[in-house]
Ligand binder design. Structure first.
Ligand SMILES: Nc1nc2c(c(=O)[nH]1)N[C@H]1C(S)=C(S)[C@@H](COP(=O)(O)O)O[C@H]1N2
Ligand SMILES: [Mo]
Length: 211
């Protein structure tokens, strides 16, 4: 018996070919991911909604000065707009998204992070958390964002304010961010306690423990 010569071109391979046909650099798509133009919505629990004066962000933990920022105070800080690709562990990636917000490092500069603070915990509404190395969250492109494509972030996508750490899988970017904690040592966040990788580099396919 002879095997069929016809190669089955799977969805992921076809998607990668389409991307090249569009003139996009395939190296931008991490292994095991596909490109989508949609913006999928992914979260556990209900979507919280806020009146503008109800949201606040607490900066705490291993810092000299704990403080709480209101939405107005956040918006008064120097802002940046970033163009970036995003990568969800459920395998979709989206290219050239635009986000506006304040650098995490500028917020932490006001708090005075202790020298022994090695990690960060992002705290969201409803107890969602995500842990990150401090050095990753202090990168230039790690932002506390309040606008997507020039508009207020929709509640389903984490509005009024979410974290954006674009070089890691998107679960490391808590929606409805309410707290930024400087930590001495690494402890797992919500998905990390449920088997997701402690670091989550999409280009190294660090999806789960042991990856
Ligand atoms: N608060 C909160 N933030 C969250 C999540 C969540 O469940 N709760 N899910 C994460 C995951 S797994 C992804 S892929 C992105 C999805 O963001 P989006 O719904 O805007 O696409 O949000 C992340 N941030
Ligand atoms: Mo995700």
């Amino acid at each position: 018996m002879q095997l069929s010569e016809t190669l089955y071109v799977g969805f992921f391979e076809r998607n990668r070919q389409e991307l090249e046909a569009l003139g996009l650099d395939p190296a931008r798509l991490p292994p095991g991911q596909y490109l989508t133009e949609r913006f999928p919505v992914l979260h556990v629990g209900d979507v919280p909604t806020y009146a503008p004066n109800e949201w606040s962000l607490r900066v705490f933990g291993a810092v000299d000065n704990e403080f709480t920022l209101t939405f107005d105070e956040l918006k008064e800080m120097p802002s940046v707009t970033l163009e970036t690709d995003i990568h969800c562990v459920t395998k979709w990636s989206k290219f050239d998204t635009h986000w506006t917000g304040v650098r995490v490092k500028d917020i932490f500069a006001r708090a005075g992070v202790h020298a022994n603070a090695t990690h960060f915990m992002g705290h969201a509404e409803q107890g969602y958390t995500a842990n990150l190395p401090m050095e990753d969250v202090l990168r230039e492109e790690s932002l506390v964002v309040y606008a997507f494509e020039g508009e207020d972030i929709e509640p389903i996508h984490g509005g009024p304010v979410r974290l954006l750490v674009p070089h890691l899988y998107f679960w490391k970017s808590p929606k409805w961010l309410r707290g930024m904690e400087a930590c001495v040592g690494d402890t797992p966040g919500f998905w990390e306690r449920n088997g997701y990788n402690m670091y989550g580099d999409p280009f190294l396919e660090q999806r789960f423990w042991g990856d």
